[in-house]
Structure formats: structure tokens, C-alpha cells
Design a protein around this ligand. Structure first.
Ligand SMILES: NC(=O)c1ccc[n+]([C@@H]2O[C@H](COP(=O)([O-])OP(=O)(O)OC[C@H]3O[C@@H](n4cnc5c(N)ncnc54)[C@H](O)[C@@H]3O)[C@@H](O)[C@H]2O)c1
Length: 349
């Protein structure tokens, strides 16, 4: 099958990643890159990558079928719309944009030009998240009540555009979009009812440098997503509670630990001694009523993102990250900002 040719706009951290990713792709190949900073284009050339002299030159190149946009968040819309109007299919980095009005303009441009437009929710291929989804979807632990998803670091916000509000900085837009999207993939985009969010401002007053967000779903299920950039001891990456037990993933690359409850009642419970007295309620279970095991990490290949995009552009399958999902991801983020500002739970419509 003929490979699809891509131009990448923005040759920074993520643009560089896309060039490597496309370099290893079986469906895509690189036509070139364009960055607004001449030194980034020079760097690309020094690495043997063609650099266009302007955005227009990249968009007018008839050899280019599709464009990947990897510039700071506040510049996504302008470049995406120009690329769609130039007849290119477009992948936009996450978060797709900063307001719903802006997203609707991008979607309208895609429809008007009959081109595929999607966003790079590449963390849908994270194996730790997929393990949580597998437990939820398979019902192996019965109904899942809630999932907590955390990423904790201790270096504050990167000292680039991410620390400035005007560029769409802050951790809700940066990491929140990934963790929210993962939870909506598990519990259902259509089931999201409301959110409650508290933002941190430990190292940055202008934008959030961390947050704790509860996502409430129709049937009482709840997801908690949390980003911390001032956490010198990290909490587990995932924690899941379900009818028949508890699952946990301690760190990125760890296996999923499961403790399954095999019988509800237990004889000979040994009370646990606390400073204020004895408690049977909080006593650990003995081995006769629980089973402890790990499950293997699910298989996943992040190249499936580009594979799907190319097939969608050729009309062979629907795009995996849909416009409606992009809308709900962004609505959840905007509702989270409102909740953090008002101190109230905010409905998502
Ligand atoms: N999907 C992911 O896992 C992931 C990871 C990191 C970043 N991102 C996203 O990728 C985008 C870029 O982030 P980054 O970390 O690469 O930032 P970066 O600052 O490292 O790179 C951005 C580059 O864009 C260039 N640029 C700025 N405005 C431009 C314009 N108008 N035209 C052309 N070039 C322009 C800058 O000169 C810079 O080289 C952001 O939207 C970010 O959220 C996604």
C-alpha cells in the first residue's frame, strides 16, 4: 500500500517525536517539517530532514497528503484550518484547542473540505490504562465502582509556554486531557454527568501546576484523575475498586496487582491494634477469603494511531478519535476550570 506523505508543523519536542514515529511507520512517510524558528529548521536539515521555508510552502506542496500540527496549544486552530483549507488531512496535537467555539470552527473546516481531522490521543495505547479498561470491560471483577488515575512528578511545570495562560499552559490542558480521555474511553463519553476539580498553584500562580478532578458518570461510577508536579513521593499510577476486588498498578511499567475477594464472610478475624484500640472492621483479611495475583499487560502498538488515520483518510474505516469525543474531552476540561474557580460541581452537557 502506498504510504501517505506528511508535513509536520512545529519541530520542537513533539514535532521531533512525530518525525521519528513516521520514520518507523508502515503507512506514513515524511515530506518535511516547518518551524517558525529558523534554528529549528536548521536543526532538522542537519538531521537530513527537509525543512520548508514557510507554512504556505508546506501547505502548497502537492506531494503532501496530510499535516501533523505540533505547535503550542493556542496556535493549533489557525494552522489546522489553513491546512484543511489547503486540502490536507490533519492530525492536531492535544489538547485540540482551548475553547469549544474554536473546536467547532476546526470541525466545520474539515467538513467543508471533506478532509479527516483528528487529534493525537496517543495515550489510548498506554498499556497500564488498557489493563484498567480490560478489567472494566471484561467484568472479571464484576462492576467497577471507581478508578483513580494519577501521575505525580516533582519538577513543577516545564519552563516553556506551558507556564503561560495565553498559550494554553497548565497541567489540565497538558496532562489532564490524556487522563480524562482515558477515563471517558472506559466509562463512556456519553455517560459523563458532572465534574468537580481543585487546582494546585504551588510553583505557578498563572496556570494550574496540578489538579485533582472527579468525573461523575450516569450510573454512579466515578473516576478521579490527578496530576501533581510537586510530589516527592508518588502515589500509585492506577487504583481500581470493583464488586469482587481491588486492582492497582504502582508505576508506569509495573504489572497489575489484583486482590480478589473469594468469600465475603470470614472466620477467626484477628483484630488490628491501633493507638486508640482494637478494630475488626479494618483488620486485614486472611488468605482463606482472598486470592492475590497479577495479570499480564495487554498488547498495544501506538503505530495503530497513524494506521487508523491513514485508513480513515482513504475512507476505509472510521477515525478512532472522533469529533464528538474531542468535544466531550474539551467540555470536561472547561467544566473542570469552572469548578476550580467556583468551588462547585459543574454539569457537563
Ligand atoms: N501527545 C503527546 O503525548 C504530547 C506530548 C508533548 C507535547 N504534545 C503537544 O504537542 C504540541 C507541541 O508541544 P511541544 O512539547 O513539542 O512544544 P515545544 O515548545 O517543544 O515545540 C513547539 C515548536 O513549535 C514551534 N512553533 C511555535 N509556533 C509556531 C508556528 N506558528 N508555526 C510553526 N512552528 C511554531 C516552536 O518554535 C517550537 O519549536 C502541544 O500542543 C503539546 O500539548 C503532545
Amino acid at each position: 500500500m502506498k504510504k501517505m506523505k506528511f508535513a509536520i508543523i512545529g519541530y520542537g519536542g513533539m514535532g521531533g517525536w512525530h518525525t521519528k514515529y513516521i520514520g518507523g511507520s508502515d503507512v506514513a512517510e515524511l515530506a518535511g517539517v516547518y518551524d517558525i524558528k529558523p534554528e529549528r529548521n536548521e536543526l532538522a536539515e542537519s538531521r537530513g530532514i527537509h525543512a520548508y521555508s514557510s507554512l504556505e510552502e508546506a501547505l502548497n506542496d502537492p506531494a503532501v497528503d496530510a499535516v501533523t500540527v505540533a505547535v503550542p496549544n493556542d496556535d493549533h486552530e489557525e494552522i489546522v484550518v489553513k491546512a484543511l483549507n489547503a486540502g490536507k488531512h490533519v492530525i492536531c496535537e492535544k489538547p485540540v484547542t482551548l475553547t469549544l467555539e474554536s473546536l467547532e470552527r476546526m470541525i466545520a473546516a474539515a467538513k467543508k473540505n471533506g478532509r479527516v481531522f483528528t487529534t493525537h490521543q496517543n495515550r489510548r495505547w498506554d498499556k497500564d490504562y488498557l489493563a484498567m479498561k480490560q478489567i472494566h470491560d471484561s467484568g472479571m471483577l464484576g462492576d467497577v465502582f471507581n478508578i483513580e488515575s494519577r501521575v505525580h512528578g516533582n519538577r513543577g511545570i516545564p519552563s516553556d509556554w506551558r507556564k503561560e495562560k495565553a498559550h494554553g499552559g497548565g497541567m489540565l490542558y497538558d496532562w489532564g486531557i490524556h487522563l480524562i480521555d482515558q477515563m471517558l474511553m472506559i466509562f463512556g463519553f456519553e455517560n459523563l454527568v458532572s465534574v468537580y476539580c481543585i487546582c494546585d498553584h504551588i510553583t505557578n500562580k498563572e496556570v494550574d501546576d496540578g489538579f485533582r478532578l472527579d468525573l461523575n458518570f450516569k450510573n454512579g461510577q466515578r473516576a478521579t484523575v490527578e496530576i501533581g508536579t510537586y510530589n516527592f513521593i508518588a502515589m500509585p499510577r492506577f487504583y481500581l475498586r470493583a464488586e469482587k476486588g481491588t486492582a492497582m498498578i504502582r508505576d508506569w511499567k509495573d504489572e497489575t496487582e489484583i486482590v480478589e475477594c473469594t468469600a465475603w464472610t470470614e472466620d477467626n478475624v484477628i483484630p488490628v491494634k491501633t493507638a486508640a484500640g482494637l478494630t475488626k472492621t479494618m483488620a486485614p483479611r486472611n488468605e482463606t477469603t482472598t486470592k492475590t495475583y497479577t495479570i499480564p499487560r495487554p498488547e498495544a502498538d501506538v503505530h495503530d494511531f497513524y494506521r487508523n488515520f491513514v485508513k480513515a483518510a482513504r475512507g476505509e474505516e472510521p477515525q478512532f478519535v472522533t469529533h464528538d469525543q474531542m468535544r466531550t474531552d474539551l467540555k470536561a476540561i472547561l467544566a473542570a476550570f469552572e469548578s476550580a474557580k467556583t468551588g462547585k460541581t459543574v454539569a457537563v452537557r
